[in-house]
Structure formats: structure tokens, C-alpha cells
Design a protein around this ligand. Structure first.
Ligand code: FES
Length: 150
């Protein structure tokens, strides 16, 4: 038969065992959460692969038009100048980095901030931009546009 002192000790021990198990369980859940977050974190955007940006289908750009594709290193302007020919430039103005736009009528790249403009090869036409646009190698494969960013 247990004495009152032994019952209290047993009860205290059970409480500490439960507390310890709860602590270890919470620690385990937190550890698994960290592992899950690490394994589930996106390493690369879907449209990027080894320094090449996949800019989508050629069909999305009418001939003579351009789009701006977002990339982690900055926006990229992709112009379709012929049936299967595209050009790609940084879409950041070389003056103070405003995002550029394509002017379909004039086939030029224009800056909305201070009126600068570039030709379809990225050369400065007029305005404050101090230098041409950085140009990227671009190609069309299987009707998809690929831009080499490195
Ligand atoms: S930022 Fe483009 S002209 Fe100034």
C-alpha cells in the first residue's frame, strides 16, 4: 500500500513525464516545420533555368510589338521584330532606371520619366540616357522564347 508521500511523488513524476513528452512533441513539430519549409522553398522560378529566362510563347507578341517580362534581376523587354526573330534588352532606362515601354508606331523604346528614347537595337536616340541598353541573347525554339541573361 502506497503512502501519501509516495502517491504525491508518483503524481509529480507522472506530471513531469507528461510535461517532458509535450515539450519534445512541440520541439519535433517545430523541427519538422523547418525541414518542410526548407524542402518546399522554391529554388528557382518556373520560367528560369540556369541563366536562361523562358519568356513564353512567341504567339503572345504580335510582330512589331514587345512585352516586358519580369525577372528577379530586373524587367526584360522582349521585342518581336519578325516572324521568328526577337530581341531582348534590359527594360530599365540607363538614365535613372525607369521601366521602359515599347512604342509600336515608331518601333522605338521610350522612357516615360524624362523623355529618353532608344532605337530597336537599344541605341540612344535622344534624351538623357547616357548609354545604350544592355542587350541579351534571345532565340526562338519550338515557338518558345528563350533569353540568356548571363
Ligand atoms: S529615366 Fe529614362 S530618361 Fe530619365
Amino acid at each position: 500500500m502506497e503512502t501519501e508521500k509516495e502517491v504525491a511523488r508518483t503524481s509529480r513524476r507522472s506530471f513531469l513525464d507528461v510535461l517532458g513528452a509535450a515539450f519534445l512533441s512541440l520541439w519535433g513539430v517545430a523541427f519538422l516545420g523547418v525541414i518542410y519549409a526548407y524542402l518546399g522553398a522554391p529554388r528557382r522560378r518556373e520560367n528560369e533555368s540556369g541563366g536562361t529566362l523562358r519568356a513564353g510563347s512567341l504567339d503572345r507578341i504580335p510582330i512589331g510589338d514587345a512585352i516586358v517580362v519580369q525577372h528577379e534581376s530586373g524587367p526584360v523587354l522582349v521585342a518581336r521584330i519578325a516572324e521568328v526573330e526577337v530581341l531582348a534588352f534590359s527594360a530599365l532606362c540607363t538614365h535613372v532606371k525607369c521601366v521602359l515601354r515599347w512604342n509600336r508606331e515608331n518601333q522605338t523604346i521610350v522612357c516615360p520619366c524624362h523623355g529618353g528614347a532608344f532605337d530597336a537595337s537599344g541605341n540612344v536616340l535622344y534624351g538623357p540616357p547616357p548609354r545604350p541598353l544592355p542587350k541579351y541573347s534571345a532565340e526562338v525554339r519550338d515557338a518558345q522564347i528563350f533569353i540568356r541573361l548571363t
